[in-house]
Design a protein around this ligand. Structure first.
Ligand code: C2E
Ligand code: MG
Ligand code: MG
Ligand code: MG
Length: 277
């Protein structure tokens, strides 16, 4: 009986494996179609400073699938990465976001997320330079957001790459700080412009004294190293106030502004300049 069960399980396993492979193939095909048919689009989420001024926007990728609807990046980016399509899609995001940013007031930056795979292309820095040239965006208006995973592998090469970007005048932010393999040696070896405190800390920052200690520590650490701090996922006035009092330089989250279409950034900027004028 055990043998039969074993064979039965093996057959089942093979069959579901096959279905999975078929789905992967389907997905790979639909990703290529998505690129060609422009099913990808970008939403922009405001980043504000302590005085409520607009620092800029973070570009967030979405996929409008013809049947499935809008698919969030947490679902499709891992698949894009597995299938080796990230450099292609990443280049599209960079160009599109920089082009959009070139229409904003000259003090506004655009933050673009990079995945580790984009670092593997040898010509990555050249590509960025030519995109900036082409759309006419000054390098210091682009902030590339990387996570610690980028620094886990090929440490020396990736650090070199970051230094090249720095020399070009591009800003670098460390995203999701404190959630993964945080090692303080990254901070010793690389002068990030910004550290982003992950929203999991921000969520509990008013109520949890241990989280408060961690956030105060990150802010002190960043400032001591000459870096700015952005808190992400700010959802309430209370969180914004707590973070502002503890000298968090920038805030981002649905309380300050949810991700919006490219078109809506224009209105958002206009409304803001009216209120501050
Ligand atoms: P991230 O870079 O940490 O981006 C912030 C995420 O928090 C976004 O999720 C944003 O929509 C969400 N968020 C913003 N405010 C709030 C809030 O008040 N409450 C809550 N609960 N969430 C908030 P999203 O857009 O789903 O993106 C998820 C992740 O996907 C991003 O995290 C980033 O790591 C990745 N991603 C997005 N676009 C790109 C891209 O173009 N390239 C790459 N490589 N990764 C991307
Ligand atoms: Mg980010
Ligand atoms: Mg983040
Ligand atoms: Mg995060």
């Amino acid at each position: 009986a055990a043998k039969n069960d074993g064979r039965g399980r093996a057959r089942m396993f093979n069959r579901s494996m096959m279905i999975m492979l078929e789905q992967r193939e389907m997905l790979r095909r639909s990703l290529r179609v998505a690129l060609r048919e422009q099913q990808f689009f970008i939403e922009y989420q405001p980043i504000v400073d302590a005085t409520d001024g607009i620092v800029g926007f973070e570009a967030l990728l979405r996929w409008r699938h013809p049947y499935a609807g809008v698919i969030p990046p947490s679902l499709f980016i891992p698949m894009v990465e597995n299938d080796g399509l990230m450099p292609e899609i990443g280049a599209w995001v960079l160009e599109e976001a920089c082009r959009e940013a070139s229409t904003w007031p000259s003090h506004c930056i655009v933050a673009v997320n990079l995945s580790p795979a984009q670092f593997l292309e040898g010509d990555f820095t050249d590509r960025i330079s030519s995109i900036l040239d082409e759309v006419g965006l000054p390098p210091d208006r682009l902030e590339l957001e990387i996570t610690e995973t980028v620094l886990l592998e090929r440490t020396t090469e990736n650090l070199d790459m970051l230094h090249t970007l720095e020399v070009l005048g591009i800003r670098i932010g460390l995203d999701d700080f404190g959630t993964r393999y945080s090692s303080l040696s990254y901070l010793q070896n690389f002068p990030f412009d910004t550290i982003k405190i992950d929203r999991h800390f921000v969520k509990d920052v008013e109520s949890n004294p241990r989280v408060q200690t961690i956030v105060r520590f990150i802010v002190g650490l960043a400032h001591g190293l000459g870096m700015q701090v952005t808190a992400e996922g700010v959802e309430t006035a209370g969180q914004a106030e707590w973070l502002g009092k503890r000298k968090c330089d920038r805030l981002q989250g649905n309380f300050l502004g949810a991700p919006m279409s490219a078109k809506a950034t224009g209105d958002f900027l206009k409304r803001r300049s009216v209120t501050t004028a």
